[in-house]
Structures are given as C-alpha cells and as structure tokens.
Ligand binder design. Structure first.
Ligand code: KG4
Ligand code: ZN
Length: 350
C-alpha cells in the first residue's frame, strides 16, 4: 500500500510517501523559519498562506523522488489536528481534494500520534507496550503506549510546553528563533554552575510538568544584571540543564510506575543532544531500551504522518464526499484503538 503523508499543522510543510511493503520511499520538508524569524514566533496567518504556496510543489517533488505517479497512490493521510486551524485546513483541503480526484481513501492523522510513532521509522524500533516522552512546541506528555492507538496520558504540562519554554527563554536572552537549537548551541560555551534554576514540580509526587515558572526565573535573572555573551551562554546552560533534568526525573518515575522496559522520546525537543544523552544514561541505569527518531523526524515532518496514516487508513472509517473537519484541539486519549493484527499488516519499520 502506497500512502502519501501531508503535514501542515504548524510552521513546516512536509510531504512523504510510505510503502507498507518497502518502507519510506521519499520525504521532503519546507521550513518556514525564515518567514517567522523576524516576528520572534509563529504568525498563524503567514503560516497558512505559505503552506498554500509550498504544499503542491512539495507533493510533486516527493512523488518524483519516490518514482510514484499520483495514480499509484492507495491513500492520502494529512494532519487533521492538533495545531493551527488555518494551517491544518490547507493540508486537509489539499489532501482530501487529491484523494477525491484519485478516488482513494483519505484519513486525518493526529499530529502527536505521528510524533509518537516516528521512532518506528528507524531500524532500531520499540515493540508495544512502551513509554513515550513527547516533547514539542505545543506539548509535553508522558504517554503509556499500551498498543497501537491505545494511549494513556500519565503526565502533561499544566502551562507552557517545554519547547515553548525553550523558545521564550531564547527570546529573553536575545537569541534567535526557534529557540531550542539556539539555546542548545549557546549552552555549549556556558560555565556550569554559575546559575542554577529550579526543577519545577519534581519535589512532589506525580508526573505533570510546569515550565512557565522556570521561564519567569530566567526573566528575573536577565533583568537583574548586565548581559554579555558569556552571561547569555551561562544562563542558557543552566536553563537547558533544568529543563532536561526535569524531563529525565519524570521519565524515571513513569518508567518505575509502568514497569516498562522500553521508552521513546519524540517531538522537536527530542532532537536536543543533552536530553538524548541523559535519557540514554537513564536507560542504561535502569536496564531499559531507549529509542528515538533521527533528528529530522523529531521535528515536524511528513514521514511520520505517512507512517501513522498507513495504519489509520486501513482502520478508520473514511469520511465520504468532499466535506472535512480539522481539530485544532484533540487529545491522544480520544483516538480509536487499532484492531489487533492490523498494525503488523499495515506498517513496516524502514
Ligand atoms: O515537534 P516540533 O517540530 O513542532 C511542534 O509540533 O511543536 O517542535 C518544535 C519545538 C520548538 O519549540 C523548538 O524550539 C524545539 O522543538 N526544538 C528544540 C530543539 N530542536 C527543536 N528544543 C531543544 N533542543 C533542540 N535541539
Ligand atoms: Zn510537532
């Protein structure tokens, strides 16, 4: 089965073709970072308009790279939520129109299910059940992944997502957008121990997160002194340490609670080197196997949507006709479980 995947939930236009027999055939990404950079964050209207311009050429380009004519496609998967409504509508309308014209099924994919399954695109991939730490610009989730489509949220952020905290802290420090990679780069020159920030909500039981207080502490620190390059690097170092430490402490707790021996990290912040190193060390210490997607499949991409779509297109009832909806807010827990046995027949790790 050949599935076209389309991702337009935020500021990346992604397209990919996944073959359930041969794995990922092609994927391409167009990043809008340069468009949003002058604004220091994503401008939803600009995002939607740019998806309109870039999506069709990108779909043609993946088709060419994969050597797949549109008429050979068996289904189209597009991100239908959560995300920015206008941006989601672009992928949904293009995806459904294409499927209607080709007379093939179209399915709306949950963006975070895409992230959660992205480690399956790698040679080394987990088996169900496992624990997932999903860390992006909009979400910070610890998920008990019992089986395909069966997700229980064990912990989540009560305010800012961790990626958002990276982005806001970078802005406070006068660093560029997106903030995650900028903080991480600045932190390499930081002097360890010059600043120390709290590890929010780790001193009480539970698996929820809160990152807005951490950002406020950075703001107070920035306002209380003269900022020079070294100080920026030192604060970036201390912030990254605090954010990563917090994620690792809660992941350790969740692994203990579930007793799972496998865990994954996914989502944009999953590209963070320190986080990967520390989760790797945690895995070794606890005797658990740790899996993660390559960095380009941590951040938003079409490949994860094509992959999740290959699974969903076979089990979700396809909306008839040309009507469609997007779901800017949508919980992972509301997804339908995938019928037993279907997972194995519809997906194949690359
Ligand atoms: O998953 P993603 O591409 O988009 C959303 O679904 O939100 O995640 C984007 C987030 C941004 O907040 C960005 O700053 C963060 O991921 N990010 C990182 C790194 N690369 C991207 N955060 C920390 N370290 C990184 N290396
Ligand atoms: Zn994402």
């Amino acid at each position: 089965m050949l599935i076209l995947g389309i991702e337009t939930s935020c500021d990346d236009t992604g397209a990919a073709i996944y073959d359930t027999a041969r794995g990922l055939l092609a994927h391409k990404l167009y990043s809008q970072v340069e468009i949003h950079r002058p604004h220091g964050g994503i401008v939803p209207e600009l995002a939607a308009r740019d998806h309109i311009q870039k999506l069709l050429p990108l779909i043609n380009a993946v088709g060419e790279e994969a050597g797949v004519e549109p008429t050979r496609l068996d289904g189209v998967a597009y991100t239908s939520g959560p995300g920015l409504a206008g941006a989601l509508l672009v992928g949904a309308s293009v995806g459904r129109s294409l499927a209607f014209a080709l007379d093939i099924p179209a399915v709306g994919v949950h963006h975070m299910e895409g992230h959660l399954l992205a480690p399956m695109l790698e040679d080394e991939s987990p088996c169900f059940p496992f624990l997932a730490l999903l860390v992006s610009g909009g979400h910070t989730l610890l998920v008990d992944v019992e089986a395909p489509g069966c997700y229980r949220i064990m912990g989540e952020s009560l305010d800012d997502a961790v990626g958002e905290a990276f982005d806001k802290t970078a802005k406070l420090l006068g660093l560029g957008y997106p903030g995650g990679p900028e903080i991480s780069a600045a932190a390499t020159a930081g002097i360890p121990g010059r600043f120390h920030f709290p590890r929010p909500m780790t001193d009480r039981p539970g698996l929820d997160f809160s990152f807005s207080g951490l950002k406020t502490r950075v703001m107070e620190t920035v306002r209380s002194r003269e900022m020079d390059r070294q100080t920026v690097a030192d604060i970036a170092h201390a912030f990254q340490d605090a954010a990563v430490d917090t994620l690792v402490i809660k992941t350790r707790r969740a692994l203990r609670e579930t007793g799972y021996e496998q865990f994954v990290v996914a989502g944009g912040v999953g590209a963070n080197r320190l986080l990967r190193e520390q989760l790797g060390a945690l895995g070794e210490e606890l005797g658990c196997s740790f899996f993660y997607p390559r960095p380009e499949f941590c951040t938003d991409n079409g490949a994860m949507i094509a992959y999740a779509g290959a699974m969903r297109v076979s089990c979700a009832p396809v909306q008839p006709g040309t009507g469609f909806e997007v779901r800017p807010r949508w919980s992972l827990e509301d997804l339908e479980p995938v019928p037993a046995g279907l997972w194995e027949t519809c997906t194949r790790a690359d």
